[in-house]
Write a protein that binds this ligand. Structure first.
Ligand SMILES: Cc1cc2nc3c(=O)[nH]c(=O)nc-3n(C[C@H](O)[C@H](O)[C@H](O)COP(=O)(O)O)c2cc1C
Length: 170
């Protein structure tokens, strides 16, 4: 599978089979996150693969009761410490975590898995459940697993509405 094929096959899935994810697949997914770039190569990420059913159940509450979080065999969580605002005005750690999660998500596609990026979660609750120290920002939560049905790509605006070569029209 090419990277673009993985990108094209990625869409949000919220129904998962109970089938566990094989250890070697999960290891490759985590490797993709581990090797992702970080601002100034500071590598402050902690990338979690939450497989424990009790922890996943607790994460459902932390994610506003989104039940599929508990049904997915693995919940990926990305957090990082020593956050700082870069010259561009953005949080370095939020970006580091988002990149790592995106890499993991694409490797999951390569492994035949799907998932759903979650922004509806309460970071303080996630922190408590996973013993994440207060100096860490909790940026991304993504349950992954084998989809119960394949699903389809959601609507995307025409490429020319999103992509700009050189500068925007006035
Ligand atoms: C930053 C972000 C936060 C999201 N939060 C949630 C969420 O909490 N719950 C959910 O069901 N989907 C969530 N989604 C999934 C989006 O609804 C989904 O990506 C979007 O509708 C586009 O569909 P696609 O992923 O199939 O391309 C989130 C996606 C992103 C990128």
């Amino acid at each position: 599978m090419t990277i673009l094929e993985a990108v094209e096959k990625r869409w949000s899935v919220r129904e998962f089979a109970a089938t566990p994810i094989e250890a070697e697949k999960l290891n490759r997914i985590m490797q993709a996150g581990w090797l992702a770039p970080t601002a100034s190569n500071q590598q402050r990420n902690k990338l979690f693969a939450v497989t424990d059913p009790d922890l996943r159940r607790q994460l459902v509450d932390a994610c506003e009761g989104q039940e599929f979080v508990g049904e997915a065999p693995v919940v990926l969580v990305a957090c990082a410490d020593q956050d700082r605002t870069m010259i561009c005005g953005q949080s370095a750690r939020s970006m580091d975590c988002a990149i790592a999660m995106a890499f993991m998500r694409l490797q999951a596609i390569e492994e035949g898995l799907q998932g759903c990026w979650l922004g509806w979660f309460h970071p303080e609750q996630v922190r408590k459940i996973l013993n994440i120290p207060p100096e860490y920002v909790v940026v991304a939560v993504t349950p992954i697993g084998y989809p119960t049905n394949e699903g389809t790509r959601s609507y995307k605006k025409p490429m020319e509405e999103i992509v700009v070569y050189n500068k925007m029209e006035k």
